[in-house]
Ligand binder design. Structure first.
Ligand code: SF4
Length: 397
């Protein structure tokens, strides 16, 4: 189901600006240049751009604010909005724009959704944010192309959970949901998200490694998804996967592809085995090559994540050279993505201690950019994979 415009309305705002309102089959968009407001069909704000700042709101009622301070080279300010007063002001400013258009008698098809948006005032959005955490364990991270997916959590946590740089799932024990629990979870999620599902047609199987689930159980999880969510609302299934705990063969992956698994995201981090030891991530990196090539053979696309800055100054060259080597051994093409994720170190992480102990040093932002450039320059795939930045700070759900 493609996103398409159902109704349009053009008008002049009270402050004399040209405005364009469009009702899509999955969302509502209001453009009052340069302001942009995007809502899902339950009246929740998804993107609000005004005052030169882009605010993105997640289902958990978290907001992130982005401001571009330069476009060439692109530089931006990014922050999680902690200030409740600011969140409220953003929602209320947008409501002022919605009230205005409603008072100008737009075509009647717009009335229900505009009223719904106004009904979802800040207190209701806030209350919804609290309800979110009754349904979900916190969604710690998603790949950047999955921020608008519908997340389902058949599995909680990470079965390994020991990488020295990663603290995403330290707050929970790894476990599979029972079939009954998962069924309930899916029902709650569908009820919670309502018509918002129309904007979220990718289904992301969380948490860190849902594909570690044994096939008989995974088949049950997937059949529950299709039982409760009509095919028309599902553009594909997606998941993270590691390359050292998952035991699946080509037939398993082909079956999963047949059931809609379109892309799998794998944290390679580095192609350098000694650096993997510092990251406390099991290797060898050749296993990542095997896993990626098996997925590709099954017709599943892959997102490979490289940890830029890993090993600091000390490992700079080895990280670059061996990562290029390993990436070039993967049968990647222009349907795949290589993500460059810049290392962010929290002082509570194991990596922080190791880095201090061995004097690894940290890369400046320019050095990180240089590392990305050098890896990109070394790629030799005939149909180049997409290459993009993976900024974990911009994630909200
Ligand atoms: S990086 Fe991946 S495998 Fe390692 S602990 Fe984090 S989620 Fe688990």
């Amino acid at each position: 189901m493609e996103s398409k415009i159902l109704h349009e309305f053009e008008y002049i705002t009270r402050d004399g600006k040209e405005a364009y309102l469009a009702l899509f089959n999955d969302s509502l968009k209001l453009h009052i240049s340069p302001e942009v407001y995007v809502y899902d069909l339950e009246g929740r704000p998804v993107f609000i751009y005004y005052n030169n700042v882009l605010y993105e709101r997640g289902l958990s009622n978290e907001f992130v604010a982005k401001k571009w301070t330069s476009f060439t080279p692109p530089k931006r300010y990014l922050a999680r909005v902690k200030d409740i007063g600011l969140k409220k002001r953003v929602v209320e400013y947008a409501h002022m724009r919605i009230k205005e258009v409603l008072s100008l008698s737009p075509p009647s098809e717009f009335t229900p959704i505009l009223r719904k948006i106004l009904y979802m005032n800040f207190d209701r959005l806030d209350e919804e944010g609290r309800r979110f955490y009754q349904i979900y364990k916190p969604i710690s991270i998603l790949p950047p192309d999955q921020y608008l997916a519908l997340v389902l959590q058949p599995v909680e946590g990470c079965p390994y959970n020991k990488c020295s740089f990663c603290t995403f799932y330290r707050d929970r024990k790894f476990r599979f949901k029972t079939i009954d629990e998962f069924r309930k979870h899916v029902k709650y999620v569908i009820n919670f998200v309502g018509k918002g599902i129309l904007m979220r047609r990718k289904i992301f199987l969380a948490d860190a490694n849902a594909l570690v689930t044994p096939m008989n159980m995974l088949k049950k999880y997937i059949s529950i998804i299709y039982e409760y969510i009509p095919n028309i609302y599902i553009s594909g299934l997606y998941s993270f996967m590691d390359y050292f705990t998952v035991r699946k063969d080509l037939d398993d992956f082909k079956w999963l592809r047949g059931m809609g698994l379109k892309m799998v995201y794998i944290g390679l981090e580095t192609g350098d085995e000694s650096l993997l030891k510092i990251l406390n991530k099991p290797g060898p990196p050749e296993k990542a090559v095997e896993a990626v090539n098996l997925l590709k053979k099954a017709g599943i696309d892959v997102g490979v994540i490289v940890l830029i800055g890993a090993g600091g100054k000390k490992y700079f060259d080895r990280h670059v050279d061996n990562t290029i080597k390993i990436l070039n051994e993967m049968y990647l093409d222009d349907r795949d993505i290589i993500y460059f994720s810049k290392l962010k170190v929290s002082e509570s992480s194991e990596y922080y201690k190791i880095s201090s102990k061995y004097g690894l040093g940290y890369l400046s932002d320019d050095e990180m950019e240089d590392q990305i450039r050098r890896i990109k320059d070394g790629l030799r795939h005939s149909r180049k994979p997409i290459q993009a930045i993976y900024d974990i700070d911009e994630f909200i759900y």
